[in-house]
Write a protein that binds this ligand. Structure first.
Ligand SMILES: [Cu+2]
Length: 145
């Protein structure tokens, strides 16, 4: 009986080894475009009159403006390479800061970069312009392969 089981065990062991080798070959490059989008900025006070009070000293958005990264959540698999294209269509400068990657996004510019999802986890990215924090952020979710 054991003699018949041995080839099966060797086959299964072989599957395990080839499975882990395939892990790297399944890693892929993913093109991701992220755009900095104004949501509630001082220029919009003409459209939304309540913003005048919000942006005034003591208002809920005093010294702040609300921007978003779109999309704000990106899910990839471990080992994948993200080919990022960061688009800032308006005239305010932004930043894009990830662990081990920090980029300046001048107004009306497009910046390209790559980021490799080496380890599983949740990696937040931020714009670190003080008047855009803490609202302007997102996350890259790296799933274990
Ligand atoms: Cu910003």
């Amino acid at each position: 009986m054991l003699r018949h089981a041995l080839p099966l065990l060797l086959f299964l062991a072989g599957c395990s080894v080839s499975g882990s080798q395939r892990t790297d070959s399944r890693a892929r490059s993913r093109d991701v475009v992220i755009t900095a989008v104004p949501l509630l900025t001082k220029e919009m006070a003409a459209v939304y009159p309540f913003l005048k009070q919000d942006f005034a000293p003591g208002g809920v958005l005093a010294d702040k403006e609300v921007y978003a990264f779109v999309p704000s959540s990106i899910t990839v698999l471990q080992g994948d390479t993200l080919r990022l294209r960061l688009v800032n269509p308006e005239d305010d400068e932004h930043n894009f800061v990830l662990p081990d990657l920090a980029l300046r996004l001048p107004g009306q510019s497009t910046i390209s970069a790559t980021w490799v999802a080496r380890r599983p986890g949740i990696y937040p990215f931020y714009c670190v312009v003080p008047r855009h924090m803490p609202m302007m952020w997102g996350q890259i979710v790296v799933l274990r392969r």
